[in-house]
Design a protein around this ligand. Structure first.
Ligand SMILES: [Zn+2]
Length: 385
């Protein structure tokens, strides 16, 4: 296909047709992007995990090994569900209307991945003088789970990636360098069951949880008082939410178990477990009803991101940016996990987060064409000079 005919569209159309919602298999899409990279001359590794059937992270490498510089380009292959949403067209068939390309994942973030694949068709990756890595992950939308697995595997194998990364999440071409993380914890209270006609023989786990909830509200107030990153974040404090609770077996029984699941969002650069430890300390000091106890467990953590200002990649992206300010991202990305490998990530890509996760998600055809040019320019500047 000749240049100027927007060759990025067939690749995106192909990618949108794989319904890679996070809870479904996505290995066919992984195989497709792996094949495209192999055809371009990359060395490709599929990282599968026994615990995650039907899923694979894809790492594609080109250029010399053991040489500093270069760039990592990264994105996630999964998308959020469409259930309960009213779409004007099939979300898994790329559809163009008025210069906009509609489909689940067009903005978040198959558009960027398709643009990258197309850009690399214009570059001879076998001739690179600095390393280039493509990192395509799974299950980003459910807590950056795939990239957590991948970074662990790469660390264990002693493998490195180019230490500046572009993650092409939809930012409307604004460079973002930080975001909060997310940690899920569960608090369990336990007591002793008894018939409700003899409550003095039991110890209510729900009453114990009531005191835990009061303690958590107090902690929430304390966290709101610890403001940081004002001006960068809309809520410059650690937000928390008690999201799910269950306990008790019958209305005429004193409940011996209660469980509360909650999430909190560590600020950029925070130790993700800091608040969990504070919860643990407060639980130890809490006056619980006699015969009850409480414990906390960390279920899942998505690290925050805090990339320093002034990276060479930032200078490069700023030349293509629509906003001069380097800002903060309201959502978490794989960049928090990549940081464990010493990779410093910037978030920058086509499309808007305002349309992501919603019905009629779309990206402008023009923005996609622009993304192809930008990725080509970034690769030439970072890997061919
Ligand atoms: Zn995303």
């Amino acid at each position: 296909m000749a240049r100027g005919e927007h060759p990025e569209i067939p690749t995106l159309a192909r990618m949108i047709a794989y319904p890679t919602v996070s809870d479904r298999p996505m290995v066919e899409l992984a195989a497709y992007v792996a094949q495209r990279a192999e055809d371009q001359g990359f060395r490709v590794t599929l990282f599968e995990d026994d615990a995650d059937a039907g899923k694979a992270n894809v790492v594609c490498e080109a250029g010399p090994e053991g040489v500093p510089g270069g760039v990592t380009l990264s994105g996630h292959l999964d998308v959020v569900p469409v259930e309960g949403q009213r779409w004007a067209s099939d979300p898994f068939i790329l559809t163009e209307r008025d210069g906009k390309l509609f489909g689940r994942g067009t903005a978040d973030m198959k558009g960027f991945i398709a643009a990258t694949i197309e850009a690399l068709d214009r570059v001879d990756v076998r001739a690179l003088t600095r390393p280039l890595a493509l990192v395509w992950t799974y299950d980003e939308e459910v807590g950056c789970h795939g990239s957590a697995k991948l970074t662990q595997r790469l660390r264990d194998a002693g493998r490195a990636l180019p230490d500046e990364a572009l993650i092409g999440e939809p930012t409307d071409f604004q460079v973002l360098r930080m975001h909060p993380g997310h940690v899920t914890i569960v608090i369990r209270t336990a007591g002793a069951s008894a018939h409700s006609s003899k409550p003095d023989l039991g110890a209510s786990a729900i009453k114990a949880m009531g005191r835990v909830l009061v303690m958590l509200e107090d902690l929430e107030r304390e966290l709101i008082g610890e403001r940081r990153f004002e001006g960068a974040l809309e809520r410059p404090w650690v937000t928390m939410n008690a999201g799910m609770i269950k306990g008790g077996a019958a209305v005429n029984m004193v409940p011996d178990q209660c469980e509360l699941k909650m999430g909190y969002r560590p600020l950029p650069g925070d130790d993700p477990l800091d608040v969990a430890r504070r919860v643990e300390r407060r639980l130890a000091e809490l006056a619980l009803p006699e015969g009850t106890r409480a414990e906390v467990e960390v279920l899942r953590r998505t690290p925050s991101l805090l990339t320093p200002l002034g990276l060479p990649l930032e200078g490069l992206l700023s030349q293509h940016a629509d906003h001069h300010e380097v800002g903060a991202c309201p959502f978490a990305t794989d960049g928090g996990n990549l940081a464990a490998l010493g990779v410093r990530s910037l978030i920058f890509g086509p499309g808007s987060i305002d349309v992501a996760h919603k019905p009629d998600e779309h990206v402008d055809r023009g923005a996609l064409a622009r993304a192809v040019n930008i990725v080509e320019a970034v690769v030439r500047a970072r890997c061919l000079s």
